[in-house]
Design a protein around this ligand. Structure first.
Ligand SMILES: [Fe+2]
Ligand SMILES: [Fe+2]
Length: 182
């Protein structure tokens, strides 16, 4: 199944929740742009794009089951959901396992050791920051503490017309813009 077909399937899965649909379309866009600018290989880009499209697949279930979209619940519930979603789409078992890992870690900012995981986290933050209107301090903090790709940093700074400055760094990364990411 092509990326466009997977996108079409995910739009249908979202059952008219326009906020959810707009969110994953924007995360996918940022992830693809950063992935290409960082020259990741085609296979990694394919997996990254599928993960970006499906990363919040557990949000509807979490709202229903827990009354919130806590990141840890999303990660736990998202793994079986995305495996089921991708079965029969022609995506290989190995690719599905990798996408499931990424969905299961997209709110985890420690131990990031791969380009697909790193870029997914960066793309999701950019999309969330534009939705919530995060403070310049929060954005600069994320750039300094979490972001690793130069293109991700440039894009985030460009979106908000800011430059990262050392004086803006705060020690506590657990600010609301991180805690309540979708
Ligand atoms: Fe999420
Ligand atoms: Fe998200």
């Amino acid at each position: 199944m092509t990326i466009s077909r997977i996108m079409e399937k995910m739009i249908a899965f979202s059952e008219g929740n326009i906020h959810d649909i707009d969110h994953f379309i924007r995360v996918w866009t940022y992830a693809r742009i950063i992935g290409e600018l960082e020259n990741i290989d085609d296979e990694t880009l394919f997996i990254l794009e599928i993960a970006a499209i499906t990363h919040d697949i557990a949000c509807p279930l979490c709202r229903e089951k827990y009354g919130n979209t806590n990141g840890k619940y999303q990660e736990e519930e998202g793994i079986p959901l995305v495996k089921k979603f991708l079965s029969g789409t022609g995506v290989s078992e190995a690719q599905i396992e990798r996408v499931a890992f990424l969905v299961g870690h997209h709110h985890t900012f420690t131990g990031i050791d791969s380009a697909d995981w790193q870029i997914l986290v960066e793309a999701d933050y950019i999309a969330n920051a534009t939705e919530k209107g995060c403070s310049e301090q929060s954005i600069n903090n994320f750039i300094q503490k979490i972001m690793k790709t130069e293109s991700g940093k440039r894009i985030l700074q460009s979106v908000f017309c800011i430059c990262a400055e050392e004086d803006d760094i705060v020690e506590d990364i657990h600010d609301p813009c991180l805690r309540f990411q979708r």
